[in-house]
Design a protein around this ligand. Structure first.
Ligand code: SAH
Length: 232
C-alpha cells in the first residue's frame, strides 16, 4: 500500500514537473512568434537565445506567471528586468557572433547577460547594486552559465582589465555617453546605449569605425532606469 502510494506520487510529480516546464517553453515560443518576429527581430541566433533563456527563473516568484509577457517586471531594489523585445532588439543591434567578447553595464536580473552568453564567447557584466549583482551571479551560475564574469561597481568606468570589447550594451540611461566606454570599444565595435533624462530617452547605436570615426544613430525612444554614479 505504502509502496504503491509512493509510486503514484512519483508519477504525478513527474508529470507535473514536465508539464510546467512545457508550459514555459510554449510561452517563450509564443513570445518569439507573436511579439519578437512581428516587431522586426530577424537574427536567428537572437531568436534562438530568446527561445532558450528561462526568464521566469530571474524574477521574483509572485511575478513568475508574467515572465513571458512582453514587459519589464520589478526585481527588487527599485530596479526592473528589461522587456524581452528590448533585450532582443539591443542584442540584435550589436550583431552578436560566436567568438565575441561583450561588456554589459547594469546586470540587474541577469537576463540580458544570459541572452548574450547563449551567443557570444564571453560576457563581462557590471552592476552597481551589490544585492542585485550577487543574486544574478548566483542565479546564472545555477543555470549553468560559465562564460559570464561579474563585477560590482560603477559601470561608468567600464572594465579596463578586459578591454577592448567587440560590443557594449548599456541597460541604464546616462544623460551623456560615458567616454571610457567608447575608449574600451574595439575598432569596428558597436555599443547600444539609452541616453537622456527619463521622459526623453533614445536608444543609440554608437560605432567605432575603422577610420577612427565615431558615429551615432538613434534607434528608438525607450524608457530605462537612470544610470547612477558612485564615488569610487
Ligand atoms: N540588464 C538588466 C536590466 C536591469 S535595469 C536585465 O536584463 O535585467 C538596469 C540596471 O542597471 C539596474 O540593476 C541598476 O542598478 C543598474 N545600474 C544603474 N547605474 C549603473 C552603473 N553606473 N553601473 C552599473 N550598473 C548600473
Amino acid at each position: 500500500m505504502k509502496a504503491s502510494m509512493f509510486f503514484w506520487s512519483f508519477i504525478l510529480l513527474f508529470f507535473w514537473s514536465s508539464s510546467s516546464q512545457d508550459r514555459f517553453q510554449q510561452q517563450r515560443e509564443n513570445l518569439v512568434k507573436n511579439q519578437l518576429i512581428p516587431r522586426g527581430i530577424k537574427n536567428k541566433a537572437v531568436l534562438e537565445a530568446m527561445r532558450s533563456v528561462e526568464r521566469h527563473l530571474m524574477v521574483p516568484k509572485d511575478v513568475q506567471k508574467h515572465a513571458y509577457e512582453d514587459r519589464p517586471l520589478p526585481i527588487g531594489s527599485g530596479q526592473t528586468i528589461s522587456q524581452p523585445f528590448i533585450v532582443a532588439f539591443m542584442t540584435q543591434a550589436i550583431q552578436p557572433e560566436p567568438g565575441m567578447k561583450v561588456l554589459e553595464i547594469g546586470t540587474g536580473s541577469g537576463y540580458q547577460a544570459a541572452v548574450l552568453a547563449e551567443i557570444v564567447d564571453e560576457v563581462y557584466t557590471i552592476e552597481t547594486v551589490e544585492a542585485l549583482g550577487k543574486k544574478a551571479e548566483k542565479t546564472l551560475t545555477g543555470m549553468g552559465y560559465k562564460n559570464i564574469f561579474y563585477k560590482i561597481g560603477d559601470g561608468y568606468h567600464g572594465w579596463e582589465e578586459h578591454a577592448p570589447f567587440d560590443a557594449i550594451i548599456v541597460t541604464a540611461a546616462p544623460e551623456e555617453i560615458p567616454p571610457r566606454l567608447i575608449e574600451q570599444l574595439k575598432t569596428g565595435g558597436k555599443m547600444v546605449i539609452p541616453v537622456g533624462p527619463s521622459a526623453n530617452q533614445h536608444l543609440k547605436l554608437i560605432e567605432k569605425k575603422k577610420n577612427g570615426k565615431i558615429t551615432s544613430k538613434e534607434l528608438l525612444p525607450v524608457r530605462f532606469v537612470p544610470f547612477t554614479r558612485r564615488d569610487n
